[in-house]
Design a protein around this ligand. Structure first.
Ligand code: ZN
Length: 315
C-alpha cells in the first residue's frame, strides 16, 4: 500500500447479536439487543447478522426477531441481514424489512442432521423454496456453508462437499457465500485450499469467512483470507458465541480484536475501534462474565502506561 492507493476496505459483519446471543442460556431482553446493535452502528459497523427468523420454538433466544428489526436504527449503508431457514421465515423476514436474508446448510451430513434436523438435500430444498420469495421483495440472499473446514462428528470435510452446496446456492441465484468454521477446525492451509477451490470454480461469488476461535488461531485464518483477497469477515463483539448444536464450539473471533488487526495492517473498516471496545465492555458488564475479547482489556498498542503506577519488582 502506498500514498497513491486508498486503503482497502474490509467489511466486518457483526454476528454476535445472532450467533452470540443464540448461544446464551437465557433470553436477552429485546431492548438490550437493540442497544447493542445501535451502539455498534454508532461505532461504524455497517453489516450485521442481526437476528434469526427460525422457529421461536427451536431458538427461543431469538423469538423477538421481528421486534428487534422494528426497533433498531436504520441507516443508509448499514446492511441488516437475518437468518432465514425456510419460506415461512423468509416471509417474516421480508415483512420485517431485512436488507439481506442468510440461509445455511452444513457441508457435513451428520452436523446438518444435528443442527437443522434434516438432510443436506432437504435443507437445500428449503433454500430453493424460499429464494423466490427473497427475489420477489428484491432482497439478496447469502448462503452460508456450516462446518466448511471440518466437522466435529465426521472430521475432515471434503472441499467437494463445500463446492456442491455452493453450486446449489449458485443455481438459486445466490452470489454471497459465507464459509462457517462452526467448531474452529480451520487452519491456514485448510482455508487456502477451500477458498482457492471456490474462487476457481465460482469467480462471480463473493466469499465471507466466519471463524470461531476454538483453537486460538481465528485471526491467523483471517490473515490467510486477506492474502487470498477475501474482503469480508464475520466476528462477534467481545468474542461472544458458540454453536449449541456442535460440541466444543466456543466463541466467534472477536470483532474489536479483528478490527484492531485490520487497522494495524493498513485496512479500512469505517469502524471507530475505541467506540467498538466501549460497546464490548458494556456487553461484558451486563452479561456479568468475562468475555474472550482481548483488545477491550489492553487498549491501543501505543498506549503509554504511567511509570509511577507500575509496581516495582523487589529483589
Ligand atoms: Zn458461528
Amino acid at each position: 500500500m502506498n500514498a497513491l492507493t486508498q486503503p482497502k476496505h474490509i467489511i466486518v459483519t457483526e454476528v454476535g447479536t445472532r450467533d452470540g446471543f443464540q448461544a446464551e442460556p437465557v433470553f436477552i431482553a429485546t431492548e438490550r439487543k437493540v442497544d447493542v446493535i445501535n451502539g455498534l452502528i454508532d461505532a461504524g459497523v455497517q453489516s450485521f447478522e442481526t437476528t434469526s427468523f427460525v422457529s421461536p420454538r427451536a431458538v427461543p433466544q431469538l423469538a423477538d426477531a421481528t421486534e428487534v428489526m422494528a426497533q433498531v436504527q436504520r441507516k443508509p449503508g448499514v446492511r441488516l441481514t437475518a437468518l432465514v431457514p425456510n419460506a415461512r421465515g423468509a416471509e417474516r423476514a421480508a415483512a420485517a424489512k431485512v436488507d439481506m436474508m442468510a440461509c445455511f446448510v452444513s457441508a457435513s451430513e451428520t452436523h446438518c442432521q444435528a443442527n437443522l434436523n434434516k438432510s443436506i438435500v432437504a435443507a437445500l430444498a428449503d433454500v430453493h423454496e424460499f429464494t423466490p420469495i427473497a427475489r420477489q421483495f428484491n432482497i439478496p440472499v447469502r448462503g452460508a456453508v456450516a462446518t466448511a473446514f471440518g466437522c466435529p462428528f465426521e472430521g475432515e470435510v471434503a472441499t467437494q462437499s463445500v463446492l456442491d452446496i455452493i453450486a446449489a446456492y449458485h443455481a438459486d441465484g445466490v452470489r454471497h457465500i459465507t464459509l462457517g468454521d462452526t467448531t474452529g477446525m480451520a487452519t491456514p492451509p485448510v482455508v487456502r485450499r477451500t477458498v482457492r477451490a471456490i474462487q476457481a470454480r465460482f469467480p462471480d461469488v463473493l466469499i465471507a469467512l466466519h471463524f470461531h476461535n476454538t483453537r486460538g488461531i481465528g485471526l491467523a485464518n483471517v490473515m490467510t483470507g486477506l492474502e487470498l483477497g477475501v474482503v469480508e469477515f464475520e466476528s462477534s463483539i467481545g468474542g461472544l458465541g458458540g454453536c449449541p448444536f456442535a460440541p466444543g464450539a466456543t466463541g466467534n473471533i472477536c470483532t474489536e480484536d479483528l478490527v484492531y488487526l485490520l487497522h494495524e495492517c493498513g485496512y479500512h473498516t469505517g469502524i471507530d475501534l475505541e467506540a467498538l471496545a466501549a460497546v464490548a465492555r458494556s456487553v461484558q458488564d451486563w452479561m456479568g462474565k468475562p468475555l474472550p475479547g482481548q483488545y477491550m482489556r489492553s487498549g491501543p498498542r501505543l498506549k503509554r502506561s504511567d511509570l509511577a503506577s507500575v509496581r516495582r519488582a523487589v529483589g
